[in-house]
Design a protein around this ligand. Structure first.
Ligand code: VGL
Ligand code: ZN
Length: 196
């Protein structure tokens, strides 16, 4: 069992309409993470008496001419264009009003899969005194992996929400490769049942 403490933070990665069924870059079964993430959110909200423990939500927030789009020679269909419906968080994701939103990959000429890349996420976490990061969302083999990798490199203790991640699996083994790398980095895999 894991007991949450004041130096913990939750990071919900890219649970946006374009990554959900019917979206421009739908992650297979991506919608299944939403109710589970709501469970984690509830625990982080309730863990502290006055204000919730810190909850971050990252979002892919691309300009219409982003370099990752096929029209610009990149690998992906256009997705998560800032201000569009596809870039909005899932309407079923119950983010509290205190949620800190981190927008990334906003520069047309740079890809940024990690929530730390080109953002002030690390600075905010340091300011809060966060030490353990609980990370889940979409997609296991891209933005979750890169966010987890950076978090480990920056010295945070990382918990992967194993029941609240799904992979794109452009190649069928991508999910397993991502999980193997996270395991090698010393990440602990947990499920909602592990939280008291
Ligand atoms: C992502 C592909 C392209 C992700 C973002 O959030 O994992 N994947 N842009
Ligand atoms: Zn993207």
């Amino acid at each position: 069992m894991i007991e949450l403490k004041d130096s913990d933070a939750l990071i919900v990665v890219d649970v946006q309409n374009d990554f959900l069924p019917g979206g421009a870059l739908a992650v297979p079964n991506g919608d299944q993470v939403v109710p589970v993430l709501n469970g984690y959110i509830e625990r982080f909200v309730r863990a502290k008496k006055l204000s919730p423990l810190p909850i971050f939500a990252t979002r892919d927030w691309h300009p219409p001419n982003h370099c990752s789009f096929q029209s610009q020679g990149g690998p992906w269909p256009p997705h998560c264009i800032s201000g569009t419906f596809g870039a909005q968080f899932s309407p079923d994701l119950k983010l509290p009003k205190e949620t800190r939103v981190i927008s990334k990959a906003t520069d047309p000429n740079r890809e940024a899969y990690s929530g730390f890349d080109g953002t002030d996420l690390e600075q905010q976490l340091r300011q809060l005194g966060s030490q353990r990061l609980f990370i889940g969302g979409l997609a296991t083999d891209y933005c979750v992996l890169n966010t987890v990798r950076d978090a480990c490199c920056l010295g945070f203790e990382v918990f992967l929400l194993r029941d609240a991640v799904r992979a794109v699996n452009l190649h069928p083994s991508d999910e397993q490769k991502a999980l193997d790398e996270m395991q090698r980095l010393g990440v602990r895999f947990i499920t909602l049942h592990d939280l008291t």
